[in-house]
Design a protein. Sequence first.
Length: 202
Amino acid sequence: MDPEEAARHRAKMARRKAVQDAEVAGKTIDAKGLLIVHTGPGKGKSTAAFGLALRMLGRGGRVGVVQFIKGAWESGERAALESFGERVAWHSMGEGFTWETQDLARDIAAAERAWGMARAMLADPSFDLLVLDELNIALRYGYLPLEAVVAELVARREGLHVVVTGRNAKPELVAAADLVTEMGAVKHHFAAGVKAQRGIEY
């Protein structure tokens, strides 16, 4: 490598490091329980949430999972995370997608049961991270009272991290969240005729 090019690169990286160091030094909050929302039309919302669950477990924490819509099929992530024993509490309380049940009262009842479990976990000090999978769907269809749910999530105990997944996150939840990621749909193999696959979709 040209010595002058190497020197320019070192100087550029030194300037960048100084900016990064100054930005980090300006942060004043050492730790905070976060309300995280994964939404958008792209694949990967739940997958990202379970990645966080794995990270928390790797740091010795305890994780709770409530699935609001999914429930009929065994997933690879459930099998993997439940291998951690008592450090993971997993509750699949949905009855499938709304176009499968075709029963509004039944869908509302399932969502209410799932929210009851989520509330119990919110109150349990043994959890470090809760994944409320597809809660956004239950809120989108009005199965649960939006204002009350958001209020309880905001009022969660200090230090507890909560991840909410699902498309079409309500603006009220987005406004209340500390971190919101929208997964974009650029290309999906399903559109090319590929069915859901073991180890990829479930």
